[in-house]
Design a protein around this ligand. Structure first.
Ligand SMILES: Nc1nc2c(c(=O)[nH]1)N[C@H]1C(S)=C(S)[C@@H](COP(=O)(O)O)O[C@H]1N2
Ligand SMILES: [Mo]
Length: 227
């Protein structure tokens, strides 16, 4: 009998703050500084927007606001665009012919060209993008399993995996808990609905995983770090 504790029955998740999408780490007040009143005010505003968004689907003069309503099926490749490549400032870096995806684990890095990514075993996942803005759209994605990439760079499959975008800022990073990274449906997607991803959907490649909010499905990947 050693005094080592047994591994947890359920794989560990990181503390919520690590992947909560709306916490600005730069904010001096931070997450816990938000007052109860501010939260209440926020939910009244949200309820107001929800009413308008719903009305916008049927009341003509409110039509402009129905972009907030469910819009499955709209957008290139049958999936809406949350933020375009242009808005994210990644047109040049995402379309660069010398694009490479960096994998990093245990102080070791590895670079893969788009061609090399395409030559790895490809898998399909039928997974929705569920955006907190109130729409959800189903996609058939094709690409390389996250798990395969972790193993390829010699990473530990019990570790969380950080996905970093060519886009800087709040939406540019997401931390994928180890159990999600091991899920065979979790992909670094190269294709959507049988076509190469459009640049607005995250070309050259983007993260797609089951049961996570859209905001964490990072587009325009440049680097994957096994923590
Ligand atoms: N780099 C980056 N990835 C991102 C975003 C972003 O703004 N920048 N938006 C996220 C959000 S909020 C959603 S809902 C999905 C939308 O993916 P889509 O634009 O391909 O539909 O991408 C996510 N990935
Ligand atoms: Mo989103």
């Amino acid at each position: 009998m050693t005094d080592e504790s047994p591994p947890p029955a359920v794989p560990r998740d990181p503390p919520p703050a690590e992947y909560a999408p709306f916490v600005d780490p730069e904010s001096p007040r931070g997450h816990r500084g938000v007052s109860r009143r501010a939260i209440l005010r926020g939910s009244f505003v949200a309820a107001g927007i929800a009413v308008l968004a719903f009305a916008g689907q049927t009341v003509p003069f409110l039509r402009w606001i129905s972009f907030l309503a469910p819009r499955s099926g709209e957008g290139p490749q049958g999936v809406p665009i949350n933020r375009t490549a242009e808005a994210a400032g990644v047109i040049d870096s995402a379309s660069a012919p010398d694009y490479k995806l960096t994998l990093a684990a245990n102080g070791k890095t590895m670079e893969l060209t788009l061609d090399q990514l395409r030559r790895l075993p490809q898998h399909d996942s039928d997974l929705p993008i569920a955006c907190v803005e109130g729409w959800s759209a189903q996609g058939t994605w094709r690409g390389v399993r996250v798990r395969d990439l972790v193993e390829m760079v010699g990473g530990d499959t019990n570790r969380d995996v950080r996905f970093i975008s060519l886009e800087r800022g709040l939406y540019g990073v997401s931390l994928l808990p180890a159990n999600f990274a091991r899920n065979p449906s979790s992909l670094v997607a190269l294709e959507l609905h049988g076509e190469t991803l459009t640049i607005d959907h995250g070309f050259p490649c983007r993260l797609i995983t089951p049961n996570r909010p859209g905001v964490l499905q990072t587009k325009w990947l440049t680097r994957i770090e096994i923590t």
